[in-house]
Design a protein around this ligand. Structure first.
Ligand SMILES: NC(=O)c1ccc[n+]([C@@H]2O[C@H](COP(=O)([O-])OP(=O)(O)OC[C@H]3O[C@@H](n4cnc5c(N)ncnc54)[C@H](OP(=O)(O)O)[C@@H]3O)[C@@H](O)[C@H]2O)c1
Length: 229
């Protein structure tokens, strides 16, 4: 049975990945900050042991290594999805250093620590995919409107992490996909988003199903189009 491990699984895009893959018969390790309060996630439990919910705070650099002591099975898709806007659109002249550092911890460093902690489990799986939930807002070429210093820089940093991971893990057959989910209606994306979480997740899973070594270390829109760094 294929196995997904995903962070930020209690709401938004992460929750929908859990729902869809449980529906397809996968085993899912769903990681979130507050398992007690994750009512929508717990409501998905099919009751046959395929859903495991684990506590994970991306702001804690040691959290992934602790989790990896408990989750030893092969992982087909390791999905670093949890993310934060950080200080939001703090604007030039009002940047928030502590908020930016927190955005880096969650958006940039945590996915790297997750990959380090779980690379053996990924390498032992059939699909061998590490998916990084990035954002087009991390594209330097695509930035025509400025602002969002913490979010943009932390996602650009994540893209750099993804490229190094693709190089470092190539020999073990691991495919690292750097993904922009589209503009999605979630708490982060707002109701003005252009896609539902379901449309986003179907698109991301179609893209991941096509994973091959030539796709590793590339930055993809959910449509499958390559995005500029
Ligand atoms: N929606 C969009 O249009 C869009 C566009 C581009 C990229 N993205 C990316 O997509 C990913 C998912 O976002 P979303 O749209 O689904 O937004 P969302 O509904 O706001 O979900 C964000 C998720 O990240 C989790 N998270 C935040 N900080 C965390 C931490 N310290 N430790 C563990 N989990 C943490 C949240 O958990 P809590 O409930 O505990 O806060 C929540 O599960 C993010 O990486 C985001 O940057 C979204």
């Amino acid at each position: 049975m294929p196995h997904l491990l995903i962070t930020g699984a209690n709401r938004g895009i992460g929750l929908e990945h859990v729902r869809v893959l449980l529906g397809r018969g996968w085993a899912v390790t769903a990681c979130c900050r507050d398992p007690e309060g994750a009512s929508e996630l717990k409501a998905l439990d099919p009751g046959d042991g395929r859903l495991r919910i684990k506590a994970y705070d991306a702001a804690d650099a040691g959290a992934a290594a602790e989790l990896a002591k408990e989750v030893r099975e092969p992982i087909d898709i390791l999905f670093a999805n949890a993310g934060t806007m950080g200080p939001g659109d703090e604007g030039f002249g009002k940047t928030d250093a502590a908020g930016m550092a927190e955005a880096f911890a969650i958006n940039t460093i945590a996915p790297l620590k997750l990959a380090e902690a779980f690379s053996d489990q990924v390498a032992r799986s059939q699909m061998k995919v590490i998916a990084l939930q990035s954002s087009r807002m991390g594209s330097i070429r695509d930035n025509t409107s400025g602002g969002y210093y913490g979010y943009r820089a932390s996602k650009a940093g994540l893209n750099a992490v993804g490229k190094s991971l693709a190089n470092d893990l190539k020999a073990r057959g691991i495919i690292v996909m750097i993904l922009h989910p589209g503009w999605v209606k979630t708490r982060m994306g707002g109701q003005g988003g252009l896609m539902t979480v379901h449309e986003c997740v179907e698109g991301q899973l179609d893209l991941i199903a096509r994973a091959n070594p030539a796709m590793s270390g590339r930055f993809f829109h959910v449509s499958g189009e390559d995005l500029p760094w």
